[in-house]
Design a protein around this ligand. Structure first.
Ligand SMILES: Cc1ncc(COP(=O)(O)O)c(C=O)c1O
Length: 391
């Protein structure tokens, strides 16, 4: 039922644009014959040792609140992993908290550091939450284009040119959703240089780092960057634990003291079952994780090669994660119209690039999160659709 809103709203929240994904969902309605290349929600099961630890825990029958910022033992484990894998030294009590997913971490950090009128530089196409959180805080998103012709690598001069006296932070993910690319050390160093020169904070979401062909360099590990970088990580993708809602954030101690207040307001504590699972995830034997990483790497390679072969379509090779971001503008300039036609005429679900900002117009985001047969079938249907039109 549609009702007119008579409640006086926070204009910052009201300014967040509604997602157009509902157009996709309504095109999908009543169809059980679709192949899904749109999802960011992998269909693989969690590692068995995580499942069995959760089952044991549930037998105990408790679901109490935990320590507000996460179990001490879990924070110690995460800090140790960050030291060895990310090259980032984060004090487990003063500089690290466990959150209900990266999503909560992003929100509470942005709420803590941003004031109305501040500007946030977002290389774009971008993960929507960076933009939405910026608006929720009354701040202004400043999009800096990432160009396909430049391999979707950031151009430090364009980032520097976007800086104004109101600029407060730069936010991005590496590996990238939706672009599929992994920015190399040189790009990160160039962004660090801009951040240091202009006294900006940097928020780096590394939720896909376990799936990079080459482990990305963490911004916080670069000289002089530890004191101005917030690093976000989580278990949703690395251990297929999306619904358990566990992530973490590290940042400089004085600011993290304030971030903790926001965390308490928003979440009180992270999900206890999620934390039990996260501890098991960090002890997970390599034999359980290696096949998962191999699966996604192979499927991503398969999807990329198939898409790159399509006539009239170009695609930057992915460096990891779950996604490719091919350019379909020669076939259809309006990516939402194309995504709807693909559902209706070809039975394949994709996400329009415009869901990742206007700079994504003309592109589609394709993913390998569905079961293998679906990904293969989805690519096959895409091929048939494109070749029938281009011929
Ligand atoms: C780039 C990026 N960051 C954050 C998230 C959300 O992570 P979490 O499940 O830890 O909240 C996603 C989910 O798709 C994502 O793609």
């Amino acid at each position: 039922m549609h009702q007119t809103n008579t409640v006086r709203l926070n204009p910052n929240v009201a300014s967040i644009p509604a997602s157009e994904r509902e157009i996709i969902w309504s095109a999908m309605e009543g169809r059980d014959d679709l192949a899904n290349l749109a999802s960011g929600n992998p269909e693989l099961a969690m590692p068995p040792s995580v499942v069995s630890r959760m089952q044991d825990y549930l037998q105990e029958g408790h679901a109490r609140y935990s320590a507000y910022y996460g179990f001490d033992a879990l924070r110690d484990q995460i800090a140790a992993k960050m030291m060895t894998d990310w090259g980032v030294a984060a004090h487990p009590r003063d500089e690290l908290i466990v959150t209900n997913g990266v999503q909560e971490g992003l929100y509470i950090v942005m709420r803590t550091i941003l004031q109305p009128g501040d500007e946030v530089i977002i290389p774009s196409p971008h993960y929507g939450t960076y933009y939405q959180n910026t608006l929720a805080c009354g701040a202004k998103p400043v999009l800096v284009p990432l160009k396909e012709s430049e391999g979707f690598l950031p151009d430090p001069e364009k980032i520097a040119a976007a800086v104004t006296p109101k600029s407060r932070a730069i936010v991005f993910c590496n590996p990238n959703n939706p672009l599929g690319v992994v920015w190399p050390q040189a790009s990160l160093e160039a962004i660090a240089d801009v951040a240091i020169r202009h006294n900006l904070l940097v928020l780096v979401d590394e939720i896909y780092r376990d799936y990079a062909d080459l482990p990305p360099v963490s911004m916080a590990s670069l000289p002089e960057m530890g004191s101005r970088t917030f690093s976000f990580g989580g278990f949703s993708k690395s251990h297929i634990m999306m619904g358990l809602r566990i992530g973490f954030v590290t940042g400089p101690a004085p600011t993290m003291t304030e971030v903790k207040k926001m965390h308490y307001c928003v979440a009180l504590c992270p999900s206890i079952l999620g934390q039990i699972a996260a501890q098991a995830a960090l002890n997970c034997p390599e034999e359980e994780l290696a096949p998962v990483r191999r699966h996604f790497k192979e499927m991503l390679g398969f999807l990329y090669e198939g898409v790159a072969r399509l006539p009239g379509v170009s695609c930057v090779p992915p460096g990891g994660g779950f996604y490719v971001f091919p350019n379909f503008s020669e076939i259809e300039a309006d990516s939402m119209a194309l995504a709807v036609r693909l559902i209706e005429e070809a039975g394949v679900v994709t996400l329009p690039g415009s869901e990742f900002g206007q700079l994504g117009q003309g592109y589609l985001r394709l993913s390998v999160c569905a079961v293998e047969a679906d990904v293969r079938e989805g690519l096959h249907r895409l091929e048939s659709f494109v070749t029938a039109r281009v011929r």
